[in-house]
Design a protein around this ligand. Structure first.
Ligand SMILES: Nc1ncnc2c1ncn2[C@@H]1O[C@H](COP(=O)(O)OP(=O)(O)OP(=O)(O)O)[C@@H](O)[C@H]1O
Length: 310
């Protein structure tokens, strides 16, 4: 049974079609990345999963529980770390986590609360009132709140926004451990290196549509090849190589050439030599998720224009 199953989910806000029919199936145990530019619809989709917003059409399931008709069961197996920082300002960190445990009917949950606080570096703040926490500390408490009932499916909506490097690393270590122990993790983030490091599979959303969905490695291979960066001491790029240039010049006399295989390096250098170019600097850069992201977004925007003009 998939951890999350999303079938043809559509959502409109007045004139804006925020989700245009999303289909996604995320298996148990996956570490899944949901990426997209601002306004792509990530938070809307997560809100529908968490039962905080209603889809106009389609269905969503968490571990087989329909998020509308079987809301309580779906909510019980899901832990969502929302983007917005809102707390009841009258309670301490520990009390907030105890109250949250109570919502899930967990009475003796203190050992786990202690463990979660320790892993998120919140122990020192256990008895501090939530209104006295810094933004980064509040973000940690949000994560702790989502994990208090040990949900098998964890959804994190930009959990590291505004969080310092140290906690970011600590948080990922903890989440990766939970994932190794069998929890399914879905993550949205604007830090693409984070997604590249952590996620097995990635969906890219743009304007309410899934525009790419694949295993991370396949995506890196399919969408983006490596690049050969050349800085020439003099002369321009030989005409025979212009077709490989990703941009005309990235800086004065600096060019990025698309490399389909490393074997091409030899022929490129030979062509430069034959044309009398003197190479000052050379570097091979492997494609990363950011390159893929830019290509996918560019590609889908071009496809949209063609569709509109057709
Ligand atoms: N309650 C709302 N009322 C009207 N429009 C909304 C509402 N919530 C979201 N939207 C719009 O729906 C679109 C999708 O927003 P959403 O927050 O889901 O995007 P996102 O991918 O999470 O963006 P971000 O990366 O900025 O968090 C945006 O154009 C947004 O302005």
């Amino acid at each position: 049974m998939p951890a999350i199953e999303i079938r043809n989910i559509k959502k409109r806000y007045k004139t804006l079609q925020a989700l245009k029919g999303i289909d996604l199936s995320i298996e148990e145990g996956e570490f899944f990345g949901l990426l997209g530019p601002n306004g792509a619809g990530k938070t809307t989709l997560i809100s529908i999963l968490a039962g905080l917003a209603r889809a106009d059409e389609g269905e969503a399931f968490v571990l087989g529980h329909n998020v509308v008709t079987d809301f309580r069961a779906a909510r019980q197996v899901l832990g969502v770390v929302p983007q917005e920082l809102v707390f009841d300002p009258f309670f301490t960190v520990r009390e907030t986590l105890q109250i949250q445990s109570g919502y899930y009917g967990l009475k003796r949950n203190d050992d786990w609360i202690d463990e979660v606080m320790a892993n998120l570096d919140l122990t020192e703040k256990a008895n501090v009132n939530t209104r006295a926490l810094s933004g980064g500390m509040k973000r940690r408490l949000l994560v702790a709140q989502a994990l208090v009932h040990r949900p098998p499916v964890i959804v994190l909506d930009e959990p590291t926004a505004g969080v310092d490097v140290e906690l970011r690393q600590g948080l990922w270590k903890f989440i990766a451990r939970l994932n190794r122990e069998g929890h399914t993790v879905v993550l949205t983030t604007h830090y693409l290196e984070e997604a590249e490091q952590l996620c097995d599979r990635i969906a890219m959303l743009r304007r309410g549509e899934v525009v790419a969905l694949d295993n991370k490695h396949a995506m890196l291979q399919r969408f983006s090849s490596a690049q050969l960066l050349l800085r020439l001491a003099q002369g321009g790029l030989p005409a025979s190589l212009q077709g490989l240039a990703i941009e005309q010049q990235i800086d004065v006399n600096q060019y990025a050439l698309r490399l389909n295989s490393y074997a091409e390096v030899e022929s490129i250098l030979a062509q430069c030599r034959a044309a009398g170019c003197e190479i000052e600097e050379i570097e091979i850069r492997k494609a990363d998720l950011e390159d893929v992201f830019i290509q996918v977004m560019k590609g889908s925007s071009a496809a949209e224009k063609i569709k509109r003009n057709a």
